[in-house]
Design a protein around this ligand. Structure first.
Ligand SMILES: *Cc1c(COP(=O)(O)O)cnc(C)c1O
Length: 453
């Protein structure tokens, strides 16, 4: 009597029935929503652990994540990219791959408040020092802060709130002279408008939660490296990249050459600290990237129209938009932003918090929330939200006044945005405001020379 084939029990089938490793080809990169990947053969497992071949566990690598990393590396003109769970994670991982206790970072003082907190509170508690440069346009100001223990320079390409534009070539050159990489947070510019690596930056970081994904549905962060780590020149500053590992096997630089920095992040920093992106979020970031140029063109054009319009309004005291000829850094815009000036900027109402409140509460199209880079236009009052921890003096020196509002302009029809912002002005300034003198239009508030960093 032939024995019936063994039928697995319910509890076994609920795990294994219907599952297959073989998947049909898909036009889009599939979402590999899986913790790990079965090894094909016994030796493949060893090759994965030994040489990092193939995929084993999603914290170490995942095909959906990998596809996004390759796309961002290409768009940023970098050699390799590493996707992590948020912009904050990207900045943390990038810095912790370079800097150790007792060492030092020189950072622009015009940076995202979350980054400032990371540097001043979290990294400080790990024994990492930071000094800030206020006049980021002056290479000598960067040079003056460099110490023998400095391991990284950090700045944003376009910075909130004054829309300062970094002279990337000049600041990279300062770092290069000491063998120190410049890390540029390129979140507000995006690689469509500006590719810092083409101007000499070594490392780019992004909050992919903003323009890269573009629809405000997920968080993500990415680090891109230029692949030009020079062990001969900089090895003495970064011994962890050039020293043999514990088992006397080759160093990271021996194995990865110019890619040593990002290889160290991929092998040692990110998987240990664990800010792994979900493959689902990676998929959504990849979808967003496919329309980046279209969104950024439209958003930059819309923002330029809104900024020019605001600058002519008597209710508005100043507009800090790098695309306006009156911006103090506008002279760099031709070189660094030939295709558009981005869509996140601030403007300052005549009056103060009361006017800002009336303005925001009258808006019907522009959404009141703390986010930027969305297809929807967004607004925030920094002095009572993102910058509330700072003293009034610090806020003022960073371009955040009582009447300052931050806009992130979306892809809507610009005429509807102008109608909506006009609604805000009508609510904030019900009495007619005398026009400013023509010479003051368009206006940009400059930092008072007397205010220290
Ligand atoms: C939002 C933002 C970050 C932080 O990114 P998350 O994805 O929110 O962690 C860092 N830098 C800049 C310039 C940002 O706008």
């Amino acid at each position: 009597m032939a024995t019936a084939p063994h039928r697995q029990a319910f509890s076994t089938r609920q795990v294994h029935a219907g599952s297959t490793h073989r998947s049909p080809a898909s036009r889009t990169t599939p979402i590999y929503l899986t913790a790990g990947f079965p090894f094909e053969g016994f030796d493949d497992a060893a090759a994965h652990f030994g040489q990092g071949d193939g995929f084993g566990y999603t914290r170490i690598g995942n095909p959906t994540v990998d596809a996004v990393e390759r796309k961002v590396a290409s768009l940023e003109s970098g050699a390799q990219a590493l996707l992590v769970a948020s912009g904050q994670a990207a900045i943390s991982v990038a810095l912790l791959g370079l800097v150790a206790s007792g060492e030092h970072i020189v950072a622009s003082s015009h940076i995202y408040e979350g980054t400032r907190g990371l540097l001043q509170e979290n990294l400080a508690r790990l024994g990492i020092d930071v000094d800030f440069v206020d006049d980021i346009d002056d290479p000598a100001a960067w040079e003056a802060q460099i110490r023998p223990s400095t391991r990284a320079l950090f700045a944003e390409s376009i910075a909130n709130a004054r829309n300062d534009l970094l002279d990337i070539a000049a600041v990279s050159a300062v770092g290069d002279a000491h063998g120190i990489p410049l890390i540029v947070d390129n979140t507000l510019a995006t690689p469509y408008l500006l590719r810092p690596i083409e101007h000499g930056a070594a490392i780019v970081v992004h909050s992919a939660s903003k323009f890269l994904s573009g629809q405000g549905s997920v968080l993500g962060g990415v680090i891109v490296d230029d692949g030009r780590f020079d062990a001969g020149r900089s090895g003495v500053l970064f011994p962890h990249l050039v020293a043999k590992s514990r088992s006397d096997s080759p160093s990271v630089a021996d194995r990865h050459g110019g890619l040593a920095r990002i290889a160290y992040l991929r092998e040692v920093v990110a998987p240990r600290l664990g800010p792994t992106p979900s493959p689902l979020n990676a998929f959504l970031i990849g979808q967003g990237l496919e329309t980046l140029s279209l969104r950024i063109q439209r958003q930059s054009e819309n923002a330029a129209r809104v900024a020019h319009w605001l600058a002519t309004r008597p209710e508005v005291e100043s507009v800090d938009y790098i695309g306006l000829p009156s911006h103090p850094h506008h002279r760099h815009a031709e070189r660094y932003l030939p295709d558009g000036a981005g869509s996140v900027f601030t403007f300052t109402l005549r009056g103060g918090v009361d006017e800002a409140r009336l303005f925001i509460e009258a808006l019907e199209v522009v959404t009141h929330m703390t986010h930027v880079g969305d297809v929807r236009s967004l607004i925030l009052h920094p002095a009572t939200t993102s910058h509330v921890q700072r003293t009034t003096r610090e806020r003022e020196s960073h371009g955040v006044h009582a009447g300052t509002l931050r806009l992130s302009i979306g892809i809507e029809d610009p005429a509807d945005l102008i109608v909506d912002l006009g609604r805000g002005l009508a609510a904030s300034h019900p009495e007619p405001v005398p026009a400013l003198s023509l010479s003051a239009i368009p206006v940009v508030r400059r930092r008072p020379a007397s205010v220290p960093a």
